[in-house]
Design a protein around this ligand. Structure first.
Ligand SMILES: [Ca+2]
Length: 249
């Protein structure tokens, strides 16, 4: 009986050992769950370069507009053309008596005193083309226009000037009688001696019938004592003012 009991004890020991061996593989399945943290670790690894690249790209983007915003801050200086003398190609000249006496405009509009283009007044205040603020050029056929293809205005600034901006103010479609600023170009030129000219460029003039005059401007730095504007249009061109700015003042 002792032998039988001993054998049974051995069988039980083996049985316990087998159960223990079966449980071990069950624990070995845990590494499958351990692989999950491995994947989780790779996720922040991938997100890290994304987070780093975003601020790296945004930094230069923010610096560009700051540099560009400094460019328009340049000043054009002072208006120096007011009161300066000028000459023109043939203005259309017609006395008030010729086109019918008008008590509101007893002086004929075509700049008979030779001062209206640099007197500082560019706004006629109404839409009547007879307003004395205007000087009229006939692009349909005055002799000078027919010869050159344009009308011109030359302002003598009195001394060589560091020019930063030139503007021309022309009558709009609101004036009627075929006067308008559409289909019109203005060429801007400068000179030291009034004979040899350098063109700064040609600008197309846009019309705006809701106002009495429109502004055409060129903003280019240039040096010269004389400023010349050449007006081209098939039709009437009315001018109230030419402005020149000196960036050195
Ligand atoms: Ca004027």
């Amino acid at each position: 009986m002792k032998k039988i009991a001993f054998i049974l004890a051995l069988v039980m020991v083996f049985a316990v050992a087998l159960v223990a061996c079966d449980e071990t593989p069950a624990e070995s399945s845990n590494p499958a769950t351990e692989s999950t943290p491995v994947e989780n670790e790779s996720t922040p690894v991938e997100s890290t370069p994304d987070e780093e690249s975003v601020p790296a790209e945004s930094t230069p983007d923010e610096s560009v507009p700051e540099e560009e915003s400094e460019v328009p801050a340049a000043e054009v200086g002072e208006l120096v053309s007011v009161g300066k003398t000028y000459t023109t190609s043939d203005l259309f000249r017609q006395s008030s008596e010729t086109w019918g006496w008008d008590e509101n405009y007893p002086v004929a509009y075509p700049d008979e005193d030779g001062v209206s283009l640099t007197d500082g007044v560019k706004d006629p205040g109404d839409s009547d083309y007879k307003n004395v603020v205007w000087a009229g050029f006939n692009g349909n056929g005055t002799p000078d226009f027919m010869e050159n293809g344009y009308s011109w205005i030359v302002i003598d600034l009195g001394a060589v000037t560091e020019i930063s901006k030139i503007s021309v103010y022309t009558g709009s479609e609101a004036l009627g009688s075929g006067i308008a600023s559409n289909n019109m170009t203005v060429e801007f030129l400068v000179s030291d001696d009034g004979e040899n000219w350098t063109s700064l460029g040609t600008v197309a003039t846009e019309d705006n019938a809701s106002v009495n005059f429109v502004e055409t401007t060129i903003g280019t730095t240039a040096s010269g004592q004389y400023v010349r504007v050449q007006l081209t249009r098939t039709g009437w061109m009315f001018v109230s003012e030419v402005e020149v700015y000196d960036i050195a003042k």
